[in-house]
Ligand binder design. Structure first.
Ligand SMILES: Cc1cc2nc3c(=O)[nH]c(=O)nc-3n(C[C@H](O)[C@H](O)[C@H](O)COP(=O)(O)OP(=O)(O)OC[C@H]3O[C@@H](n4cnc5c(N)ncnc54)[C@H](O)[C@@H]3O)c2cc1C
Length: 497
């Protein structure tokens, strides 16, 4: 039997920081037969999709960028969405990977075919097969909406921060914002001066830390261009400062006190009204959810045209929102700042050897080996897989660790002429036991909050409960002994023939 479907050595799904970085490093290692499937019409992932006003990273850009592509020209400490998108595009262009991307090509289904030792992939633009499948689909792909009675009856304008309506004129409007996560903290100060009234529905107050953002001077940029080591030093300093937050995350919750004090001082300094201050004081330990850095959010809430409502929403009506205490808030628009679905749809579409999807496995228990491979999924890799994401550290640091691991795995396989690898179940189990043990006392599960750091039953949803630099050293080399390897290439080719 011959297989006439297009076949590729490597298929990567997603063209954000992960997919682009993977393609660059795989090409450098001599893997040229690769395709990136991207459902959107442009690259950039998160930074293409989120265009709401104020959208920017919350890890300083000298750190929130590829280590192999430093950029001396960041205009601010924290690059804006447009600037980060431009950066990814420039890196992809410079490293010549644009030609590998198939835009408008959504992965619909991917199943492991044991007989042919390959992945069978259905996309919106037809089928293909691949020796290796790499998920680079990110964690924040689809918008999450609250389930509120009457939501569909709202007659005004409504949209999610991920689907910002740039044509909507906020001037003089009464606007409800539902949710107080990282996106809301960024867009609320942008729209507050324009609207007549802003009603912020808050379920829990986030910890807001000083952002220390500023424009970079021309002199600074010139220096960084001339002395690349200076850029590395800045990157290293930010890395160390942010890594220190691990003390709160997974070392000992008592380390939270100085950070909480900083948050409280910021609140005291920026909000004059003591009642509002109480409303905006978080009721859980800092670090339980990702801490948010903003100098503009709290002052915006302290303005006369803003009301912070903590009563539970009872019902959405055609032109208002009714809270349980019986108050009806008349609004012209509702903006959902309610974040993202905890299990991206792509996870439903990767189906392993036993017919179970990555989502099926995840819902049983967040699982992977090193956040990069998965038992039951031969020749499959992922970035930011369960226990491969960091609490506060730059996601790109973790992604680059995973890229190095994946590239090293493929080199090891090439050297051994191996056709199939799969992490040994007992190795994965040992890793998961270690993750569970280390997670028990983390602030993410014991800090008194609920959020996307936790599964519905209160377990660690997939953060790596140790230092990112420890993760880096653990993923530096592909540990081939942890894998079942099939080097029967001649045999397999005979069967196929
Ligand atoms: C607003 C916002 C701000 C953030 N700020 C920070 C920050 O400051 N610091 C930090 O560390 N992290 C931050 N993050 C997290 C951020 O997602 C990661 O840092 C990083 O961008 C992830 O890159 P990625 O390539 O893995 O995934 P993504 O950027 O999400 O890219 C995934 C790509 O996969 C594509 N895709 C998904 N499913 C399919 C499919 N079925 N078929 C084809 N293509 C598909 C998507 O279209 C997308 O282009 C932020 C996230 C958001 C939403």
């Amino acid at each position: 039997m011959s297989d006439s479907i297009e076949h590729r050595h490597i298929v990567i799904v997603g063209s954000g920081f992960s997919g682009i970085g993977l393609a660059i490093k795989l090409r450098e290692a001599g893997f040229g037969d690769l395709v990136i499937l991207e459902r959107a019409d442009d690259l950039g992932g998160t930074w293409r999709a989120n265009t709401y006003p104020g959208c920017a990273c919350d890890v300083p850009s000298h750190l929130y960028s590829y280590s192999f592509a430093p950029n001396p020209d960041w205009s601010r400490t924290y690059g804006t969405q447009a600037e980060i998108l431009e950066y990814i595009r420039a890196v992809a262009t410079e490293h010549d990977v644009l030609g590998h991307i198939r835009f408008g090509s959504e992965l619909l289904d991917a199943r492991w075919d044991q007989t042919w030792t390959r992945w069978r992939i259905e996309t919106s633009r037809g089928p293909l097969t691949a020796d290796f499948l790499i998920s680079a689909t990110g964690l924040f792909a689809e918008a999450k909406y609250p389930s509120l009675p009457g939501l569909d009856t709202f007659a005004g304008t409504s949209f999610h921060s991920l689907h910002w309506d740039h044509d909507y004129d906020f001037t003089g409007k009464r606007v409800a914002v539902i949710g107080t996560g990282a996106s809301a903290v960024q867009f609320v100060p942008e729209i507050q001066p324009e609207v007549a009234k802003l009603v912020l529905f808050q379920r829990s107050a986030p910890w807001i830390m000083p952002r220390l953002d500023r424009r970079t001077s021309r002199l600074e940029r010139q220096l960084l261009r001339r002395i690349p080591l200076a850029g590395k030093a800045i990157r290293g300093s930010w890395f160390t400062a942010i890594e220190g937050f691990g003390l709160v995350g997974f070392v000992d919750k008592r380390f939270r006190h100085p950070y909480e004090l900083l948050g409280r001082l910021q609140l005291l300094r920026q909000v004059r009204d003591p009642r509002l201050r109480r409303t905006l004081t978080p009721d859980y330990m800092i670090g339980c959810k990702r801490a948010i850095f903003s100098d503009a959010y709290l002052p915006a809430l302290d303005q006369p045209n803003v009301a912070v409502v903590t009563d539970t929403i009872a019902e959405v009506r055609s032109h208002s929102i009714l809270t349980r205490d019986g108050t009806e808030h008349a609004v012209d628009a509702i903006i959902y700042g309610t974040g993202f679905t905890p299990v991206p749809t792509a996870f439903e579409r990767f189906v392993g050897r036993d017919g179970l999807s990555m989502a099926d496995l995840y819902r049983k228990q967040p699982q992977s080996y090193l956040g990069a491979t998965l038992a039951g999924f031969p020749n499959f890799f992922c970035t930011l897989g369960p226990f491969g994401a960091a609490g506060n550290q730059s996601a790109i640091f973790m992604i680059e660790s995973q890229i190095a691991y994946i590239v090293d795995a493929l080199i090891a396989m090439r050297t051994r002429r191996a056709v199939c690898i799969e992490v040994k179940p007992q190795v994965q189990q040992r890793f998961l036991d270690e993750m569970a043990q280390r997670s028990k006392s983390t602030v993410w599960v014991t800090g008194g909050c609920t959020g996307y750091y936790q599964t519905p039953d209160g377990r660690n949803a997939g953060l790596y409960p140790n230092w990112s630099f420890e993760y880096r050293s653990r993923t530096r080399r592909f540990d081939i002994d942890s894998y079942d390897i099939d080097s029967r290439d001649d045999e397999v080719h005979e069967v196929r023939a």
